[in-house]
Every structure is written in C-alpha cells, then in structure tokens.
Design a protein around this ligand. Structure first.
Ligand code: PMP
Length: 285
C-alpha cells in the first residue's frame, strides 16, 4: 500500500504518499507504542468524527502517551487530508506513535509522539457478499484482561492476536474470527463488535474487556429508539446455540450479518436487515 498517488498528513504537513516513511528505529516498531483510529467518511462527512478524535487522544492517554494535538486540530487535519486527496467517500486512518529517541530502550519519555492521517477509498469490509452472512471461526486466542493491558485503548499491541486469528480463520474458509475473553465469555471479532437476537430482543457482550466500539454505541442507541430491548451482559459460548440472528458492528464492517460461528448457524433475519438499513441511512443523514 506504499506505492500510491496521494498525500498523507504527517505531524502537521502534507507528504506525498510514497514518502510517508519512518525510521526503522522508531520506538513503536519495536515496542508497539502506537494507537490508531478507523473512520469512515460518507458523502463528505466523517461519521462521528469528533468521537473518533477524542478516542484517539484517550487511547494515547491510556498508553501514557500525550498526543500533541487537540480534537479541533485533528478535525482540521482530517478535513485537509480528504480535501487534498479529493475524497468524499473514504476510510480515514489516524495513527499516533512514539518516534525515534536518543537510545533504544523501552523507556521513551523523550521520544517525540508523532501523528499521521491517511485516507483512501475502501468498500465493504467483508467483500461483496456482505449481506449473505459472514462465516466466523472461533479464535484460539482470548481477549486479555483489563488488568493485563488497557483494553479500552485502540492500541496496536491488542491487534497482534487479531492478525493471527484472522489468518487462521481465513485458512479455514471463514471471513473472520470471534474471540472469547480471558474469562471465557463471548467478546468481539478481530475488528468488530458482536450482537445476537433471541425472541425479538438483542444481546451483546458488556464492554468490560472489549473495545466499546463507536458503531456498537450507535447501534445500541438506535435499537433503543426502535423500541427494542438490548441486554449488555456476559454471554457464555454455550448460548450461541440459542440465538437466531447475529451481526457484527464496526466502522469498517458497518453492520455485517453473520451466518455462522463455528458449528452454530444464524439467519440473516428481519432484525439484522432492519438494523443494517437504519445504520446505512443514519451514516448518510
Ligand atoms: N473491536 C475491535 C477489536 C475493533 O478493532 C473495532 C474497530 N475499531 C471494533 C471493535 C469496532 O469499533 P468501532 O465501531 O469504533 O469502529
């Protein structure tokens, strides 16, 4: 993805896409001192843009890393990137990381905290078959405890097991993997939150060891407006057999129906379709 036309915002200036590089001794490359955001711009407007900027700053804070920009400055930078690349419908990736320091130790107080923002066109996350129902594998790895790592941060270090689990899933013909958490409860997919339907009500893992996705929060509020009861709670793997419908939520995934998790099958039912349609209307409103 490095050989493309376009401009990337780096530490306050626009840099040609091919020149947006960092040195190999960047702290983040060695010690995962990196946080990021994934955002979507619809018809010229980034959905929940300020929420994403605020989460980036909060992820930095959780990693003890002061990002040297305000929400307003990040908003201006994102607008500049979209303008410079002539994009109205795009995925936006903001990234903050610890750069090169005076030595190569773990401590990095004096390494500069750097920020970059790139944007590009990106269609359906699970491909054209999005509404057919994705097939999920169950990950071998588990989401860690919030006492092990700051699970509320959207931090690079949390994605190591995501890449491994997604590869394993794809090798089995699945499009993604569902994680259980450190206690064995149903948690989230590698880049999305998960929802289930039973008897006309919705069940979703409580966000005590997962990323509390901005799409997740949007969909919970949306279901409330639709008069549908949502239970945020601990969900046991055995319960997967009791649910009739399932979908994933995420900025990239939007609302993606799930047809299968391991041996369990789900319908792409009425509720899933309604939630997907309502979300699609909302992001473009
Ligand atoms: N969980 C994980 C692990 C993710 O990477 C994402 C994508 N950011 C989500 C959940 C969904 O978050 P959001 O709705 O804010 O994109």
């Amino acid at each position: 993805y490095d050989d493309k036309d376009g401009l990337i915002w780096m530490d306050g200036t626009m840099v040609p896409w091919r020149d947006a590089n960092v040195h190999i001794l960047t702290h983040a490359m060695h010690y995962a001192s990196s946080v990021f955001e994934g955002e979507r711009c619809y018809s010229g407007k980034i959905f929940k843009s300020r929420e994403h900027s605020a989460r980036l700053l909060e992820s930095g804070r959780l990693l003890d890393m002061k990002i040297p920009y305000s929400v307003d400055q990040l908003e201006e930078a994102k607008a500049e990137v979209l303008r410079a690349n002539n994009l109205t419908d795009a995925y936006v990736r903001a990234l903050a990381w610890r750069g090169v320091g005076e030595d190569m130790g773990v401590a990095a107080r004096r390494n500069p905290v750097r920020v970059a923002i790139a944007a590009w066109e990106w269609g359906a996350y699970y491909g054209d078959a999005k509404m057919q129902g994705a097939k999920l594998d169950i990950a071998k790895w588990r989401r860690p405890s919030p006492e092990t790592i700051p699970t509320a941060a959207k931090a690079a270090g949390l994605y190591m097991i995501c890449t491994m689990s997604k590869h394993a899933a794809e090798e089995k013909g699945c499009s993604d993997a569902l994680f259980y958490d450190y206690r064995g409860y149903v948690a989230e997919a590698t880049g999305a939150n998960v929802f289930f339907v039973k008897d006309g009500e919705v069940h979703t893992p409580i966000a005590d060891a997962i990323l509390n996705g901005i799409t997740r929060q949007t969909v919970i509020a949306m279901l409330g407006d639709m008069g549908i009861k949502v239970h945020e709670r601990h969900i046991m793997p055995e319960e997967l057999a009791d649910f009739s419908e399932c979908w994933l939520t995420g900025t990239a995934a939007e609302v993606t129906p799930v047809g299968q998790i391991g041996p369990h099958h789900f319908q792409v039912g009425q509720m899933t379709r309604k939630v997907a349609e309502t979300y699609e209307a909302l992001v473009r409103a």
